[in-house]
Design a protein around this ligand. Structure first.
Ligand code: SF4
Length: 1017
């Protein structure tokens, strides 16, 4: 958006603005890093990824959110310095997947509704950067192995998700910068790689800048393979980025991983990424940038690089970056970008000194690691963690060893003598247990993203209930009268953008299938096989290469274009198989080309899950068991009972390369993605979307107007009821002013007479605060759904209902494992689990009830509440509803011994005050039991990290004052807080005369469009 010139600002580095002329296309300008390097020589030797971030900081320097100091600090990045400074990173665009995208769209719609209520033009509410939502997380593999599987699965998908899809269609027509790639086109990161990423953006004033982004999905890093800086963020950060606010992150260490040599014959990019994951996990790169360099990195194709970048969350890094080089240009052209676009990318990156993968010694990294590609061996990873790589010749032995090993040592704790026992399946005999297996509760300390990923799927019950009676199941009848044993492969899935984006490995799978079929091998009937390409182009090149029919012959028919098994949407197994597993406690396996394999992620009854390259997935489907050593035993017996060995069917790299031309046909990509607009499919067209600038919020248990802007006023009152006003800080005030936001603003700077809602111990995760899994019938959310006519079978998960605050606020603190230590200990000393508290009435009455019910009573009485907690409050995956739900329960402050970084900033972003106990203090040392009243008095100027006071009034009337640290960490956060959160802050900016929360200096190109209309260079 354009600036209203709320503040005159002379860009301190205006002299770095240079003319820029690509070989083709219009002239432009750029903020020159080589020119900046004249003043700050260390820029020349900075890691490339960090220089791209620096370009954003330089270009977006507006004296407020991005200051001259920010530019100076980053330009003088020292590879070894202690990290204390945060970088404000303004990204060029945002990508969303459907589960995390819907709540963001709901917030945008709510902003428009609020504007309309004020008589303002709601059309002024528009994402300030292009936003693309790809619908990929919803399709499940209910049907498989038959030609009709894709259609049947999509039909079910639309039945389950119609309300959400209708809402997305409204968003598409309402916002010009919001595009949707409908279901059936592919997976967000592959679509991003093949289509959405254009390489370069151009502002209205002609200034060009590199593509950068954040996405609301952890594997957003896949785009790092294309030289694009970007990573996954939580919903509130994504929302801020969408509204033109910078994403703040701590200045990172950058680890350089030098790749030398070449991959050996028979090794794939999947083998390489499993090796890299193992190496980087050991090197502890959590929270760091990883940048690949050296001759080995140069030798990799972009799809191979993307496979490596995709698994950055698995190796723990913020990103896994490959700079732009000739191979990037080849890929861009081969996937349909125009010559003009490609020429502009090359010219820009060369002009900035960013072109090419550095050689050893050219860049200063915080740490350098090395890997010889020649040492990589064909591998799988598992059976429980992606970093546990096993060379293929060790898989059977590893499984045998783990079978009897204790769970605490990564094993399965089963009696060794039962390993080889087999069980006859009786589909028509014993009555199968009609109980549908459900997604198990997520362990409270689940690894980052696990809980979120588990929840990013419809539940099986809902799937069953939604299934069209006319849809014939693709489950193979032949699953009867076979035996089942430990180590049997029951799911073999060609899945996940990690690999489906890589034609090399997909063609290798097809070639292996062809050779296997020709050799007469078959897949055992009880193996659930599926192919879920990350884009339709995959199907096209497999067809053109003549390989698809062979995959289909082995059961790998297309089951959906989406995440499917990778996100846990593998669908169910045959009832008799489930029964046999649970009855005999079998340890059966899944083999998939995905990136995560935590227990129960793939299927609740499959304990051993192995990640493998697509050709190995097909090979293990053929073998049918992980107990067969494919190095010393045949894969199976083919025609005439002949033994067929892996070496007989493994494709050579020459064979793969000969077919790669089918996968790099720019015209095929262009034609495919043109259909996003011209032919999005009948099912999508049949969804009736609402029209209009504002959403009319029809009754729905999935989508409802979030109440964050209820009572919103453009000129906010100077003080909230029940709170004291305070003078503004210079920084916060100037922050607000310079961003064009009217003053005075909402100032809830004192929490007065609050009740304690909960006393928590250490490591309360965001999943404790806002569970994403199944909804209990007896819970407040379950009761609300029932009261609104939703049967238990249709509850779906909290994750799927993120667009409805009524469900989500009832789910806040409703995790069945959370322990509120405000409740007295149980007999025997244990602690009660579940989201309960002791409500205390105005007349001193005390009653045990759910946290939601107590919150509603406190709210009705006008009484605020607070949370007191231990260390690492809000740890785990970033989840916006953990902060949103806290706000909606009327909790005004959280006082903890320490906070997880993103959750703390999310609390501020929603207008909830985070405070920290001083060293040595805790609610335990203060002797608090929940009967006290709490006042909180922060520094009236809300100075970042200033001293605050907590006044405790005990039941006997005695008072105690305790010093705290205010965990508002930056001036802009103070401004957000004063406005009651980031949404009101930005909305006031957008609706102020001619000005927005983002000045022109920080505003990315308004004409750069989402999928709705491409406007990039
Ligand atoms: S396929 Fe897997 S990695 Fe890719 S977006 Fe889906 S869930 Fe994430």
């Amino acid at each position: 958006m354009t600036s209203g010139s709320a503040h005159p600002f002379a860009h301190p580095f205006a002299d770095t603005l240079r003319a820029f002329k690509p070989a083709a296309g219009p002239k432009g300008q750029l903020f020159s890093l080589p020119d900046l390097a004249v003043r700050f020589p260390s820029v020349k030797r900075m890691p490339v990824s960090l220089r791209i971030v620096l370009e954003s900081v330089l270009r977006c320097c507006d004296g407020l959110k991005v200051t001259e100091d920010h530019v100076r600090q980053l330009a003088q990045w020292d590879p070894q310095a202690p990290r204390t400074e945060e970088i404000p990173f303004t990204v060029a665009r945002v990508v969303l997947q459907d589960f995390t995208g819907v709540p963001l769209l709901a917030d945008l719609a709510a902003m428009r509704s609020a504007a309309a209520r004020l008589g303002a033009d709601p059309g002024r509410i528009e994402p300030l950067v292009p936003v693309d939502l790809v619908v990929d997380h919803s399709v499940m593999v209910d049907h498989y192995g038959t030609p009709g599987a894709l259609d049947l699965n999509m039909k079910l998908e639309f039945q389950r998700n119609r309300e959400r899809y209708a809402f997305m269609k409204w968003g598409m027509q309402a916002f010009s910068t919001f595009g949707v790639v409908p279901p059936g086109f592919g997976i967000v990161h592959q679509v991003n790689l093949e289509y959405l990423a254009r390489g370069l953006h151009r502002r209205a004033d002609g200034v060009c800048y590199p593509d950068t982004l954040v996405g609301t999905d952890s594997h957003t890093t896949m785009i790092n393979g294309l030289g694009v800086v970007g990573w996954g963020v939580g919903g509130i950060e994504g929302e801020a980025a969408m509204l033109g606010e910078p994403v703040y992150f701590l200045t990172p260490d950058v680890v350089g991983l030098e790749l030398t040599g070449r991959l050996r014959e028979g090794c794939t990019a999947t083998d390489l990424v499993l090796t890299v994951t193992e190496l980087l996990r050991k090197a502890k790169v959590v929270g760091k940038f990883v940048e690949f360099f050296g001759e080995g990195a140069r030798s990799l194709t972009v799809p191979d690089r993307a496979t490596l970048a995709n698994m950055a969350p698995e190796y723990g890094a913020t990103l896994g970056f490959f700079p732009v080089d000739e191979k990037t240009l080849t890929y861009l052209e081969g996937t349909g970008r125009t010559r003009e676009e490609v020429a502009a990318v090359e010219a820009y990156f060369r002009a900035q000194g960013l072109f090419g993968i550095p050689a050893a010694g050219e860049v200063d990294y915080s740490e350098v690691l090395r890997l010889d590609l020649g040492q990589v061996a064909p591998s799988l990873a598992g059976p429980k963690r992606p970093q546990d790589r096993i060379e293929i010749g060790q898989v059977a032995d590893t499984f045998r060893a783990l079978y009897a090993r204790p769970v605490t040592e990564g094993g399965f704790s089963r009696p060794a003598e039962t390993l080889l026992t087999r069980h006859l399946l009786h589909a028509g005999g014993e009555t199968p247990d009609p109980k549908v297996p459900t997604t198990p509760d997520t362990p409270p300390a689940a690894e980052r993203f696990e809980v979120e990923m588990q929840a990013n799927k419809p539940t099986l019950q809902a799937a069953r209930a939604a299934a069209d009676d006319g849809c014939e199941t693709a489950r193979q009848d032949a699953a009867t009268d076979v035996t089942l044993g430990n180590g049997d492969v029951l799911i073999a899935a060609l899945t996940s953008c990690t690999n489906t984006s890589n034609p090399g490995v997909m063609l290798a799978a097809g070639l292996l299938a062809k050779k296997a079929v020709e050799a007469g091998l078959r897949v055992a009937p009880h193996v659930k096989t599926s192919l879920a390409p990350g884009s339709r182009v995959v199907t096209e090149y497999l067809s053109r290469a003549g390989l698809l029919p062979y995959l289909e012959r082995l059961g790998f028919t297309v089951a959906g274009y989406g995440c499917t098994t990778c996100i846990g949407n593998a669908g169910d197994l045959a009832p008799e198989i489930n029964e046999a597993i649970t009855k005999s406690d079998l340890v059966c396996a899944a083999v998939l080309s995905g990136n995560r394999n935590f227990e129960a992620r793939i299927h609740p009854n499959l304990k051993a899950n192995f990640l493998a390259s697509p050709p190995l997935v097909v090979a293990y489907a053929l073998a049918g068991t992980v107990l067969r050593d494919l190095m010393t035993e045949p894969v199976g017996r083919g025609s005439g009972g002949r033994e067929v060995w892996l070496g007989d069917i493994w494709p050579t790299s020459e064979e793969v390369h000969a077919l790669l031309r089918h996968a790099m046909d720019g015209e095929a990509y262009r034609a495919n993605y043109a259909r996003v607009k011209s032919d999005p499919g009948q099912l999508w067209q049949d969804v009736e979307g609402r029209t209009g600038v504002t959403y009319d919020w029809p009754a729905s248990t999935y989508i409802a107007e979030p109440p964050f802007l209820e009572g919103f006023a453009l000129a906010a009152p100077s003080a909230a009821a029940g709170t004291a006003s305070a003078p503004h800080t210079e920084t916060a005030e100037s922050a607000a002013k310079a961003s064009g936001v009217a003053e005075p603003v909402h100032q809830p700077v004192v929490v007065a007479g609050a009740r304690i809602m909960a006393l928590f111990g250490d490591s309360i995760t965001t999943d404790h605060i806002s569970p994403a899994g199944s909804i209990k019938e007896s819970s407040p959310a379950g009761q609300w759904l029932k009261a609104h006519g939703v049967g238990k079978a249709d509850f779906n998960s909290y994750g799927a209902r993120r667009g409805n605050h009524e469900v989500m606020m009832r789910g806040t603190f409703a995790n069945v494992r959370i322990r509120n230590l405000l409740l007295p200990p149980l007999e025997g000393g244990g602690r009660e689990e579940g989201g309960f508290t002791l409500w205390r009435g105005e007349a001193g009455e005390v009653e045990k009830m759910s946290i939601f019910d107590a919150a509603m009573r406190y709210k009705a009485a006008g009484r605020p509440s607070v949370i007191l907690a231990g260390e690492e409050y809000g740890t785990g995956s970033s989840r916006d509803w953990a902060a949103k739900g806290t706000l909606l329960l009327g909790i005004q402050a959280v006082v903890a011994r320490s906070f997880e970084r993103i959750h703390r900033s999310n609390l501020v972003g929603m207008g909830v005050l985070p405070l920290q106990f001083r060293e040595g203090d805790s609610w335990q040392t203060l002797g608090l039991d929940g009967s006290e009243m709490i006042d909180i008095v922060p520094d009236p100027n809300l100075r970042p990290q200033s001293e605050a006071m907590m006044v405790i009034t005990r039941a006997d009337g005695t008072r105690q004052e305790v010093g705290l640290t205010l965990r508002i960490d930056t001036p802009i956060e103070a401004a957000y807080y004063r406005h009651g959160g980031i949404l009101p802050y930005v909305l006031r900016g957008l609706l102020s005369d001619g000005a927005g929360a983002t000045s022109s200096a920080t505003s990315p190109a308004p004409q750069a469009r989402s999928t709705g209309a491409k406007g990039r260079v």
